[in-house]
Structures are given as structure tokens and as C-alpha cells.
Design a protein around this ligand. Structure first.
Ligand code: SF4
Length: 326
């Protein structure tokens, strides 16, 4: 076993400490032939901290497209000519129907997503009304992803019964201005801190493969260690035609798997969720993705792409011995 793998075993598995920056750096440099052993170790850490439970989530795009922001990966920005047709905010009944569908599909978590910089008063009113109705009817964890939030808005979400707020850092602080110029990394960071201050669970992750360096990936992980989100969704860039990142190459599968493992080692207790882009980046290697340290996944039908079938994902989870959490 390489000395890096031995250090992981000693520190993360035996002493139950998170991997620190020097160890994560060593993992990033680990030769590819050692990656299978790395994945096995990360999966052992997942089993030690999370058991065999796997958290399954469905996303609901409640307001599609027409977003004022310029995130270069996103086909919902109004600034890029993409194939996404903007749709207005759903009715409350639309939210409830989508939540019923998510529950029927076997998800334990339902995440309401809107393509906005931050919520208007009308949007927040409707989301809160829908969350109250959904929580009364269904045994679902309800998460929201509403962009940049003020403290009064977070307080309202808390009162409505929201369990978790998603707000991704997306990448490192250094690379963020190459991804988005209409809002700052600091604004995102501030929203994440506020969510934590109000005691709502924080879901905070990002996208791998947007042109960031290995050092950016390490900085991104150490920033997440500082924030300590309960959940870290890991997406892989699925280049969307018409966006500035539309011609980027897919992340190499070995690097995608290495990053999932690094996230588990950096945040051993977090829900590491295998999310968008996995179907194109890992194609037939989905099993390995779930055996790299992930403890959750997002079912297909992401915000603007379709993903895999539910049957394929549940068959995989059963075959790998995971128990889907209610
Ligand atoms: S990622 Fe969110 S904030 Fe950025 S353009 Fe897309 S919908 Fe807007």
C-alpha cells in the first residue's frame, strides 16, 4: 500500500479525523493505478460513518430559465442562447404534485429549485405556502435552492418547515470569477453562513470539470471543510450547448471518482451526494461512483438534463447493498 493510502487509513479510518490539506494534496497526486484502492478506502469511511443507508433525492425545477445571472455552465441564464425555454413560477398545486411524484418515485428528499439570483417576495410567499402544504401531507425532507438569501428570508423558510437550504460554492474562490461575474463568491459564502446561523441544514457543493485546476479543487474542498455543510452535492460538468462552457470536455472518469473519494475523506460525516452529470461522465461506471464514498444520489431528471432511469438507479443501489432511506 502506498504511503498516502496508509496515511488515509491511519488518519481518517482509524483515528476518525478528516483528511487535512497536505493529505488531500497527496491524494490528488496519487498515481492513477492507486485510485481503485483509494476508492475502496473512501467507501470504507462512508460505511463507517454513514452505514448502508443511501439518501435519494428528486429535484423540482419550479421556475425554469430566464435567470439574470451569467453562470457559464448554466443553460438557464437569460444571457445565453440555449435550448431552455423559460417557464414562469409553478403554482402551489404544481409544487404539491411534484412532491407527490417524488415520494411515489421512492425519494426521501424533495428539493425545490428556482432559476433566480435570489427570491422575490412573491416567489418566497409561494414557496413557503407550498412547503407548508407538502410537509403536512408527505413524509419528505424538503430542501430549497433559491439563490442568494437575506436573513429575514431564511427565517421565513425556517418557519415554513424547510429542512435544508442548498447554495453551492460551485468551485474555488480563485476560480469563481471565471465561472460567474454577476455575483461574487463572497455573496454565496455569506448565504451559506446565514443558513448555518439559523440552524437549517446546509447543502453546499459544486461542479467539477469547469476548467479549474487541481489546486482549485483542493481549495474548494478546504473551503467546504470550513463551512461544514451537512450535505455536499458533487456535479460533473455536462456541457450545455449555447453556454460559454458548452464546448468543454467531460471530466476523465478516474478524476471524477477521485474527487468523490476526496470529498468523503475531507468531510467524512457529510452526506456526499452523487449528482448531475454523472450519467455522461461515468456512463457505465455508476457502481464505482457509489462505491467511492458517496452516501446519496439525485435521481434522474435534473434541472435541464434527463439523466438515468429510476429503475436503473434503484437496481444499482439494491445490488450494491444500499438501503434507501425513507
Ligand atoms: S446557476 Fe442559478 S444563478 Fe446561475 S445562471 Fe443558473 S439559475 Fe441563474
Amino acid at each position: 500500500m502506498s504511503s498516502t493510502l496508509q496515511r488515509i487509513r491511519d488518519r481518517v479510518l482509524d483515528r476518525q479525523l478528516p483528511a487535512d490539506a497536505p493529505l488531500l494534496d497527496a491524494v490528488a497526486q496519487l498515481p492513477s493505478e492507486h485510485v481503485p484502492e483509494l476508492l475502496t478506502l473512501a467507501d470504507a469511511v462512508r460505511a463507517q460513518r454513514c452505514g448502508s443507508g443511501v439518501a435519494v433525492e428528486v429535484l423540482y425545477n419550479a421556475k425554469k430559465g430566464g435567470c439574470s445571472e451569467d453562470c457559464n455552465f448554466c443553460s438557464q441564464s437569460a444571457r445565453f442562447a440555449t435550448d431552455v425555454d423559460a417557464e414562469p413560477l409553478s403554482s402551489v398545486q404544481g409544487f404539491i404534485d411534484a412532491a407527490r411524484d417524488a415520494h411515489a418515485r421512492g425519494a426521501g428528499e424533495f428539493c425545490i429549485v428556482v432559476a433566480v439570483r435570489g427570491p422575490s417576495a412573491k416567489l418566497l410567499d409561494r414557496v413557503c405556502e407550498a412547503v407548508v402544504a407538502i410537509k403536512q401531507e408527505l413524509p419528505l425532507n424538503v430542501a430549497v435552492s433559491l439563490g442568494i438569501l437575506r436573513d429575514d428570508q431564511i427565517e421565513r423558510l425556517l418557519r415554513a418547515g424547510v429542512d435544508k437550504v442548498n447554495h453551492n460554492l460551485e468551485t474555488s474562490k480563485r476560480y469563481f470569477p471565471f465561472v460567474c461575474t454577476t455575483h461574487s463568491y463572497e455573496e454565496r459564502w455569506q448565504t451559506c453562513l446565514l443558513v448555518k446561523q439559523y440552524g437549517i441544514e446546509l447543502c453546499c457543493g459544486g461542479i467539477i470539470g469547469m476548467g479549474e485546476t487541481v489546486a482549485d479543487r483542493l481549495d474548494f474542498l478546504t473551503a467546504l471543510q470550513e463551512l461544514e455543510p451537512q450535505e455536499v452535492p458533487i456535479n460533473f460538468l455536462n456541457p450545455r450547448p449555447g453556454t460559454p462552457f458548452g464546448e468543454r470536455s467531460l471530466v476523465e472518469p478516474v478524476e471524477a471518482l477521485r474527487f468523490v473519494a476526496m470529498a468523503r475523506l475531507a468531510l467524512p460525516n457529510a452526506l456526499i451526494r452523487f449528482a448531475g452529470g454523472r450519467e455522461v461522465t461515468l456512463a457505465g461506471l455508476q457502481d464505482l461512483g457509489m462505491r467511492s464514498g458517496a452516501s446519496g444520489l439525485v435521481l434522474g431528471n435534473y434541472l435541464t438534463t434527463s439523466g438515468r432511469s429510476d429503475d436503473d438507479d434503484f437496481e444499482m443501489l439494491n445490488r450494491l447493498g444500499f438501503e434507501v432511506l425513507a
